[in-house]
Ligand binder design. Structure first.
Ligand code: NAD
Ligand code: AHE
Ligand code: ZN
Length: 392
């Protein structure tokens, strides 16, 4: 198949749909072009759904571009490689990474100002291909590798990954090569949610032993924050969600207490401040609700409290608080992919999983075939599903 277009099935998002859980995707044949220079074509074996796919499908994403092929939490096997690709071979097992990482040897050139010179190590947000992954195209020719088989219409890429397709084309910078003994049907979750939650705790907040933490939103991201806090030996881990069914899961991942904002007639930040004698050391917003982001900041302790925004909010949304909250020492931060450098650190997370140091299996509540991907969105929306893995 190398060098030739491949026909395969994909779930196409023809247009945004506010009720994204209601049969929004069309599973149909697409044509995937061979990889060009610096690109890799991957046979996607498994992909999970993250809330961000739902967010973009709903039309809220400022970068959403339709028609497109969504999906960014996946694993697969390299089918072919384009010219000039180093270190990646046909048959390699890989995790597509929406947060790319350029190659160290390229860092001397002027293509990636975020990863050069004194900036090395300051951020995981490599800028080399970000403008292209954000506009749904491949960098080399600023075009797409996908068309619909039925009428030849162009389908845009998504986040540089487009894993809701049996085959996808990735920039080499977006490909993390992993060991072959890792179960692809599990480690696909390392492509986004779990890495994000753990990294928010270990890399962004750097939670210390004995600290008190509050986690807003108990989907897979919030629960992996809880797991990360438990691993960091936090003393109190307060799990917050409007769905009381989430408490059992939260406890299993290490939460010590549960709070449902709907049980109180005062602001949730006040509840948490009173409960903790002044506020938590660290809080994490894992929903994407700007009012909740404010609550998460304002429930942290005067002088040193830190609040980390993980949730993604729609176009036009803004956060606010009294500046006094920051003047008095609270710190407001955000994190993308938990601050992990993708190509180099995702393989380390695979090692951690295989060594039994972190959970993955427990986050997978459902498995479905590609033909049932719309049902998977319905499950995510229902609140009964943490992660649904799609077997391609
Ligand atoms: P999810 O839909 O599975 O979970 C969200 C949870 O929030 C649910 O349990 C829901 O009941 C709860 N919730 C909703 N409204 C609430 C409220 N007002 N108060 C308290 N809880 C509330 O989502 P997920 O896949 O876990 O993702 C969570 C968020 O993180 C999303 O916004 C997603 O886009 C974002 N995300 C960001 C990154 C990043 O790198 N920054 C990575 C992955 C996901
Ligand atoms: N495109 C959006 C925002 C989407 C967003 O913030 N994405 C997160 C990852 S969510 C993964 O599930 C992220 O990493 N952002 C940093 C980046 O470079 O994309 C918008 O508002 O335009
Ligand atoms: Zn995601």
């Amino acid at each position: 198949t190398a060098g030739k277009p491949i026909e395969c099935f994909a779930a196409v998002a023809w247009e945004p749909k506010a009720d994204y859980w209601n049969n929004a995707l069309s599973v149909e044949k697409v044509v995937v072009q061979p990889p060009k220079s610096g690109e890799v074509r991957v046979k996607v074996t498994h992909t999970a759904l993250c809330h961000t796919d739902a967010f973009t499908l709903s039309g809220e994403d400022a970068e959403g571009k339709f028609p497109c092929i969504l999906g960014h939490e996946a694993a697969g096997i390299v089918e072919s490689v384009g010219e000039g690709v180093k270190d990646i071979e046909v048959g390699d097992h890989v995790i597509p990474c929406y947060q790319a990482e350029c190659y160290p040897e390229d860092q001397a050139s002027d293509h990636c100002p975020r990863c050069r010179g004194y900036r090395v190590g300051k951020t995981n947000l490599c800028g080399k291909i970000r403008p292209f992954t954000g506009s749904g195209v491949m960098a080399s020719d600023q075009d797409s590798r996908f068309t619909a088989q039925k009428d030849g219409s162009k389908l845009w890429h998504y986040m540089g990954t487009s894993t809701f397709s049996q085959y996808t084309v990735l920039h080499a910078e977006s490909v993390a090569k992993i060991r072959k003994d890792a179960p692809l049907e599990k480690v696909n979750l390392l492509g986004c949610g779990l890495a994000t939650g753990w990294g928010a705790v270990w890399n962004t907040a750097k939670v210390e032993e004995d600290s008190t933490c509050a986690i807003f939103g108990l989907g897979a991201v919030g629960l992996s924050v809880i797991e990360g806090c438990a691993k960091a030996k936090a003393k109190r881990i307060i799990a917050i969600d409007i769905n009381p069914d989430k408490w059992e899961d939260a406890k299993a991942f290490g939460a010590t207490e549960f709070v449902n904002p709907r049980d109180f007639d005062k602001p949730i930040q006040q509840v948490i401040v009173e409960k903790t004698g002044g506020g938590v050391d660290y809080s994490f917003e894992c929903v994407g609700n700007t009012d909740l982001m404010r609550s998460a900041l304002e429930c942290t302790h005067i002088g040193w409290g830190q609040s980390v925004i993980i949730g993604v909010a729609g176009a036009g949304k803004e956060i606010s608080t009294r500046p006094f909250q920051l003047v008095t020492g609270r710190v407001w931060k955000g994190t993308a992919f938990g601050g992990f450098k993708s190509r180099s650190q995702v393989p380390e997370l695979v090692d951690k999983y295989l060594a039994g140091e972190v959970k993955i299996d427990e986050y997978i509540t459902h498995n479905r075939n590609l033909t049932d991907i719309n049902e998977a969105f319905e499950l995510l929306h229902s609140g009964k599903c943490l992660r649904c893995v799609i077997w391609m």
